[in-house]
Design a protein around this ligand. Structure first.
Ligand code: SAH
Length: 529
């Protein structure tokens, strides 16, 4: 239990002054309470006892009050009072959980008396070091734990499994940027712990549920379990995702593995502050040769955080060699898109390869993920990407893996029309565009864009051919994407069967109830004769 206490702050006597006292309704909502440490006081737990290690247990200065034995009755009274409303022990325990503790030791006598008085007055409990009742009671001076009260609507959202609370559902926030806060219901019930942001529309990202306060050690345990899950998947690659944010109960944290190196992204104020703990946990668990922070996504600016790329541990080369399904890639982890590779498509690339044959066209190829693994089974492979850098990478990777790929720089919208004009035909086509609908306002244009490329691709496809078509816009859900593809098939006058409906790889799992985490759709379609 001691681990739930946050120590180390300066004693803040002022925090006590002006707090509501006693057992009235307001007391249940207090942000500042008293830690009661008792040897055998009903259900109240021992957190520290007077002794050499007491300060270690609570991480601060210990103030043991010498109160007269009869004062112990006040403790009994507090508990009994509470029992009368059925919540006595609960209230004390809640308070203990809601405070950061500092133990005050050897404070000057006048200050000790002042503290004693305040604690008695404000918290309605009395401490004693007398063992006449077999008890040892200590008071702990309080430092406020950051806390945020949410609306009933926010509470319902949490109950439905969504880990975000928006600013509009925050009733009261006593916290600073990046704090781990206790989340409370409008009636003062502790609901869990969250990362607090004072800038984003997403004010809270839940870390843990229930009464116990989350701490950095929890983050370490979550990282270990995320890694253990990935290890259990038997992934045929040296590059994959180790931590996928909310879906690993590590909101706004991404960790990708590239061989002996790790790339992390901390996309909120709270996770940014926890980076030292994240790095320590990753180092202890995996012993990587280096850890790079790819903290350059724009999402960080919404949090008021700097966009920067920096080495957090060890050394990280510019180019890291990895393998996936027997293909070797050189990955530019500092400047490549995302953290270097589109790891979320790993399993879809392998699945698509099973259908690859004849003449193949890879649209939006990036560094050749689909083209290389599928090209091994095709007679001819053409790949298009608008980025010259990406096309250079495809060429290098093709040579390295002895796969013939005709990699060309081009805008897929224009190229598909051009190929159609020339009367070209293909047996296998891949469409893996970037997210066209980055927000709700872009949905109409994105829908038109997806329909256009799917229509053109279906026209270019020989009967019996395979179209692998993807969308990574979470604003266009699976049903909407299926509708777009269907509309395209009607316009192309093609009869099409759905052979597989796939999504992002298992190392990027979807969190039920959080549609934002199901973003990648990949349909494998067959054009009938
Ligand atoms: N299929 C790749 C990932 C593709 S990511 C893989 O498996 O690794 C999307 C790619 O589309 C990016 O490389 C981007 O440069 C490219 N792109 C974006 N707009 C484009 C356009 N209009 N025409 C061609 N390529 C485009």
């Amino acid at each position: 239990m001691a681990a739930t206490l946050i120590g180390g702050a300066q004693p803040q006597l002022e925090n006590l002054v002006g707090e509501t006292e006693g057992d009235d309704a307001a007391a249940h909502r207090q942000h500042v309470g008293v830690v009661v440490l008792a040897g055998e006081a009903g259900s109240v737990e021992v957190v520290a006892e007077r002794g050499a290690n007491a300060a270690d247990l609570v991480g601060g200065n210990l103030l043991a009050l010498s109160a007269a034995a009869e004062h112990d009755a006040a403790v009994g009274a507090a508990i009994d009072d509470g029992a009368a409303d059925g919540e006595a022990d609960r209230r004390i325990v809640d308070r203990r959980l809601a405070v950061g503790a500092e133990v005050v030791d050897a404070v000057p006598e006048p200050r000790q008396r002042r503290l004693e008085m305040l604690l008695q007055q404000k918290a309605c409990v009395v401490g004693a070091d007398s063992d006449s009742h077999g008890r040892q009671l200590y008071y702990v001076e309080l430092a406020m734990v950051p806390a945020v009260v949410i609306s009933t609507r926010g509470e319902e959202r949490l109950r439905s499994g969504h880990p975000w609370i928006y600013r509009t559902d925050v009733a009261d926030a006593r916290a600073a940027a990046g704090d781990i806060v206790q989340v409370r219901s409008a009636r003062g019930r502790p609901l869990g712990s969250a990362l607090f942001s004072d800038r984003s529309q997403i004010t809270l990202r839940m870390l843990a549920y229930g009464e116990a306060l989350a701490d950095a050690a929890l983050v370490g345990r979550r990282i270990e379990s995320a890694i253990a899950f990935r290890e259990s998947l038997g992934i045929d690659a040296t590059a994959y995702r180790l931590v996928h944010g909310e879906a690993d109960l590590l909101p706004s944290l991404i960790v990708d593995r590239y061989g002996d190196y790790l790339v992390v992204q901390a996309l909120s104020q709270g996770m940014d502050r926890l980076l030292p703990e994240v790095v320590a946990a990753l180092s202890d668990t995996l012993h990587p040769r280096g850890i790079l922070a790819r903290n350059d996504p724009r999402a960080r600016s919404l949090e008021g955080l700097e966009q920067r790329v920096e080495v957090l541990a060890g050394e990280v080369p510019d180019v890291v060699a990895v393998t996936e399904a027997g293909i070797a890639y050189d990955v530019d982890v500092r400047r490549g898109q995302k953290t270097g590779l589109f790891l979320d498509q790993r399993e879809n690339r392998v699945a698509a390869a099973a259908y690859a044959r004849g003449r193949m066209l890879d649209c939006f190829s990036y560094n050749g993920g689909f083209a290389l693994v599928m090209g091994r089974r095709c007679t001819e492979t053409i790949a298009f990407d608008v980025s010259e850098d990406a096309v250079t990478r495809v060429k290098e990777n093709a040579v390295r893996n002895h796969v013939a790929v005709d990699a060309r720089v081009g805008n897929v919208f224009d190229e598909l029309r051009g190929l159609e004009r020339l009367g070209e035909r293909f047996d296998t086509i891949v469409l893996d565009p970037p997210a066209f609908a980055k927000n709700k306002a872009a949905i109409a244009n994105a829908t038109a864009g997806y329909k256009e490329i799917n229509l053109r691709a279906l026209k270019l496809l020989n009967p019996g051919g395979t179209l692998v078509t993807c969308s990574c816009s979470y604003n266009i859900n699976e049903a909407a994407f299926a509708e777009i593809v269907y509309d395209a098939s009607v316009d192309a006058q093609a009869h099409v069967t759905v052979v597989e409906k796939r999504m992002q790889g298992r190392d990027h799992p979807v969190l039920l109830g959080v549609p934002e985490t199901y973003y990648l759709k990949c349909f494998i379609l067959r054009k009938l004769q």
